[in-house]
Design a binder for this molecule. Structure first.
Ligand code: ZN
Length: 602
């Protein structure tokens, strides 16, 4: 696209006040008055965040003269007509530690483009040049820059000019500032970097050793060559946190510092496995959602919600392949992988909302439900991540079974890539199911009606049996998310979710049609005693309730606000919602071969 580039200068001007100063220079502003705006949301995180609310001050000038600015709407400003060049100068408050925001203090800076870079309307296709300035505060000495944005004169990891082809690309490169570790590595000849901020003692060489085969596995699945010439994992380590956001040439991850393996540590701990799954998930997205894009999102100008019923395709299928890549790349064994699928299934089975909301509706309503959950969410909704991952598993196994092992979801994903990814043809609502039919030659309409538009449970036990895997649902005690080794077979339950905090135990959710709901217990109630015995922890709860048989009555004492209530509950049996997947020792040779083909590298 012709025309002078839009130039930005961003400076961590006042780290102690968490303020970036940004200057945006437009050489040829709209003679009728330049419109500028900040996005209302960031791709990959489907909720309206209204980034413009963090702009503290905005001023415009041209030729040394101040230019009047008026508000156009909650996210936009219009400058008075001027002949240019127009300079907009503004401060952005940045104190959000998440992967979707911007952050600045004396230890570190981080920003996503939608938080800090004004969109210059009518100039979206022009190149963008960003001068990333170092902090002037002496307390921020020695800071460096990490980003996947192309350098335009800056040294490697240095401050200075960077460049993006257009505005959409500009806001797809998060930037990390500060002191961080960098481990460069290659995957099939493509340079990658692991950039780690936050205090830690993790073994980063080991992390890279595990990331390489996972990345290779995803590349193999989609077939060569990979659509990237560089890739950066930006990882922030904290005491307690978890999250990720995908980009075309990078991803931002937040994890617990204790998730990383320590030097000399062997094996894959549970929390390290979670970390590898997260990195695997975001990397898979560089194909599925960043380049194979939902049309509703591709068309969006990021001003309002972009509804699609397909988020399960982009997040559910990605959630299926994230853990599958761990077993296919040899990071974990088959038993361990089946344990992970069991954890996902348990989360779905623990949500009565799965009988009320379909995957299509979960996708469409992401903006107001999945991203804005409350105490009733487990009863009212189902996540397109967890149920979407199970639907992808069921789809894969169905295709394999119905095609006699000739086809799989891997073939579908390669075809989606060839049809919608490489040529950048965004995926319309009907495209995915049509393409599955085309690739497999199977009529799967009934499958999609059940899995995507229906609310009945997926037939996982029957499907998995064909692949030599046993699927069982066992009783799970209140407040637990995984079957304990010494769990009783038929424990009593009130059917609630609980949280311990500061020596107190509270009900966080009361599940539909359970004993607690019938007794009038409400989310937020602080549990004080059961049958006159103090209950202040989950251990107390299990000990006291564990002596009661299902069908018996108990007196539950709880505070609601500052009022003490005594309620009578008829204790029930714990629902069978702990899903356990194991290798079936009775599986025949053909079933074992099918299982091996499924879990073999894609
Ligand atoms: Zn995702």
């Amino acid at each position: 696209m012709s025309g002078a580039p839009v130039r930005y200068r961003i400076e961590p001007a006042d780290p102690a006040a968490h303020l970036f100063t940004v200057v945006c220079r437009v050489e040829e502003p709209d003679p009728a008055g330049q419109l500028v705006s900040l996005p209302a949301w960031i791709p990959g995180s489907y909720v309206v965040r209204d980034f413009a609310r963090h702009v503290v001050q905005l001023a415009a000038a041209a030729g040394g003269e101040a230019i009047a600015i008026s508000r156009a709407d909650k996210s936009s400003w219009r400058c008075a007509p001027c002949s240019g060049p127009l300079e907009l100068r503004y401060e952005v408050y940045a104190y959000d530690l998440s992967v979707r925001g911007a952050y600045l203090d004396l230890t570190r800076g981080y920003f996503n483009g939608p938080c800090v870079f004004l969109r210059v309307h009518g100039h979206e296709d022009r190149a963008c040049v960003v001068d990333v300035r170092p902090p002037s505060d002496d307390r921020c000495g020695g800071w460096r820059v990490a980003t996947s944005m192309a350098r335009d004169g800056a040294d490697v990891h240095g401050f200075g000019p960077y460049r993006a082809a257009d505005y959409a690309e500009l806001i797809d490169h998060p930037v990390e500032l500060g002191h961080f570790d960098v481990v460069p590595f290659e995957v099939r000849g493509v340079p990658h970097e692991l950039v780690v901020s936050g205090r830690h003692r993790g073994d980063l060489a080991r992390v890279v050793q595990d990331l390489v085969p996972i990345c290779e596995q995803h590349m193999s699945l989609f077939a060569m060559p990979p659509p990237i010439d560089r890739y950066v994992f930006l990882l922030l380590l904290v005491g307690n946190g978890y999250g990720g956001l995908e980009h075309r040439w990078s991803s931002s991850l937040v994890a617990r510092r204790d998730d990383l393996p320590q030097p000399g540590e062997k094996g894959v701990s549970r929390s390290y496995c979670t970390f590898l799954g997260l990195a695997s998930h975001e990397y898979f997205h560089l194909w599925n959602v960043k380049r194979i894009r939902p049309a509703a999102v591709a068309r969006s100008e990021l001003r309002e919600e972009a509804h699609t019923e397909l988020l399960w395709v982009f997040e559910g299928i990605t959630s299926y392949y994230d853990d599958l890549a761990l077993v296919r790349s040899g990071r974990i064994d088959a038993e361990r992988y089946l344990g992970l699928v069991g954890d996902t299934a348990t989360r779905v089975w623990q949500s009565p909302g799965r009988f009320r909301q379909s995957l299509a509706d979960s996708s469409f309503d992401a903006w107001t439900k999945l991203y804005r959950q409350n105490e009733n969410s487990p009863n009212a909704m189902i996540s397109y991540y967890t149920k979407g991952a199970l639907a992808a598993l069921a789809l894969d196994l169905t295709i394999r079974r119905e095609s006699g092992g000739e086809r799989s979801l891997d073939d579908v994903m390669r075809a989606v890539w060839a049809r919608h990814g490489q040529p950048d043809e965004p995926v319309e609502e009907e495209d995915f199911e049509r393409l599955v039919a085309g690739v497999t030659g199977l009529d799967l309409a009934a499958f999609f009606d059940l899995a995507v538009r229906g609310t009945e449970d997926l037939p996982l036990a029957e499907l998995l049996a064909h692949f030599g895997v046993r699927f069982e649902c066992l009783a799970l005690r209140d407040g637990e998310t995984r079957l304990a080794a010494d769990a009783p077979a038929n424990p009593p339950a009130l059917n609630v979710r609980l949280a311990e905090s500061g020596g107190r135990l509270s009900f966080t959710s009361v599940l539909s049609a359970g004993p607690a709901e019938a007794a009038g217990i409400a989310a937020g109630d602080e549990l004080v005693a059961i049958d006159g015995l103090r209950v202040a922890s989950l251990a107390d709860y299990h000990r006291v309730l564990g002596r009661v048989a299902p069908g018996e009555r108990v007196r539950v004492a709880a505070f609601r606000r500052d009022e003490l209530l005594e309620l009578e509950a008829v204790v029930g049996e714990a629902p069978r919602q702990a899903c356990r997947l194991t290798l079936d020792p009775a599986a025949d040779e053909a079933a074992c071969r099918r299982r091996e083909a499924w879990l073999a590298p894609g």
